[in-house]
Design a protein around this ligand. Structure first.
Ligand SMILES: [Zn+2]
Length: 305
């Protein structure tokens, strides 16, 4: 069983190409390597013979891969888009049908379940590394480095570990090889980067590092009449720490539920102004990432390694 794991783009010494660059300057090439090395370690523990390649020259990547004569090829990337609202995970195969698509489907399924990030689905694209490799090949986009909240997640070891495990589980299932989780000894970041996502009418507009600034942004949009409701969501646990909605007099029905549950004892707001609710830290159904991280930590410490 042989596989090539390609960490997308090039390190400084090999055809340097940083790939996409996040809002704080974090380079895609660094992130791809962080995840890729974990994938390599986990697959090796499971008996795989692995060649890891990171190079800015795509022909060097595919020629090197083909020389190794692998059974499968996986390329790891982070996505980027001019509009920093774009977010979520996607996995790419050359074409529909065959093992490339099967690997993409299984990896995508695991990634979405493990991270709770938006499912952008499996896509098909005539990419060099998928076309020029002589074996089934898949390219994974583990979120958008151009999105401030996802860039912040990518800087955390525990996110890398979660993503790497998901890739290995999906890949192994697709190719029919049993997989046993091997937790890399990671030093958890003692102060994870907390970002506050601003969600206006269910769409994330941006993320800020200051909670107060994020709350002010939400209030501003609603009070200016640009939207009906907004909230501030913390990236680390997906908790909505602040919710704000335009006051509306509506008759709640099944089709037309109230925008927010407002505190009936509160004094009425000025006409046209929003109504705010500081919520008790509540965990949404999107806490799978956090749960996963806690489980990994527990397993790690239980192992006494
Ligand atoms: Zn890339």
């Amino acid at each position: 069983m042989k596989a090539v794991i390609n960490y997308g783009h090039g390190p400084k010494d090999v055809g340097h190409d940083p790939g996409a660059i996040g809002p704080t300057g974090y380079q895609e090439t660094t992130q791809n390597k962080e995840v890729g090395e974990r994938v390599v370690n986990k697959l090796k523990v499971n008996g795989w013979e692995i060649l890891a390649i990171q190079d800015g020259d795509l022909w060097d990547v595919t020629n090197g891969a083909n020389d190794f004569n692998p059974d499968y090829f996986l390329s790891i990337h982070a996505n980027s888009f001019a509009d920093n609202i774009a977010h979520g995970v996607e996995t790419i195969a050359l074409a529909a049908g065959g093992m490339g698509e099967k690997m993409a489907k299984e990896i995508q399924k695991e990634l979405v379940a493990a991270t709770g990030l938006t499912n952008r689905g499996v896509k098909f694209n005539n990419l060099h590394v998928l076309r020029e490799t002589d074996c089934p090949a898949t390219l994974v986009e583990i979120g958008f480095i151009s999105n401030p909240a996802e860039e912040a997640l990518m800087k955390q070891d525990l996110f890398d570990e979660t993503v790497a495990s998901a890739i290995c589980r999906g890949f192994s299932r697709a190719v029919g090889v049993p997989y046993t989780e091997a937790v890399n000894p990671v030093a958890p970041n003692p102060e994870p980067t907390v970002m506050y996502r601003i969600i206006i009418d269910n769409k994330q507009s941006m993320a800020l590092s200051s909670q107060d600034d994020a709350i002010a942004e939400v209030k501003k949009s609603i009070d200016a009449g640009q939207a009906q409701k907004g909230c501030v969501q913390r990236n680390t646990d997906f908790a909505n720490i602040f919710e704000y909605a335009k006051v509306q007099i509506t008759t709640p029905t099944q089709e037309n539920p109230p925008l927010q549950t407002l505190d009936p004892s509160a004094t009425p707001e000025k006409a046209g102004m929003g109504k705010e609710t500081m919520t008790v830290e509540k965990f949404s159904s999107q806490t799978s990432l956090l749960r996963k991280i806690l489980q990994l930590l527990l397993d790690y410490f239980k192992g006494g390694a």
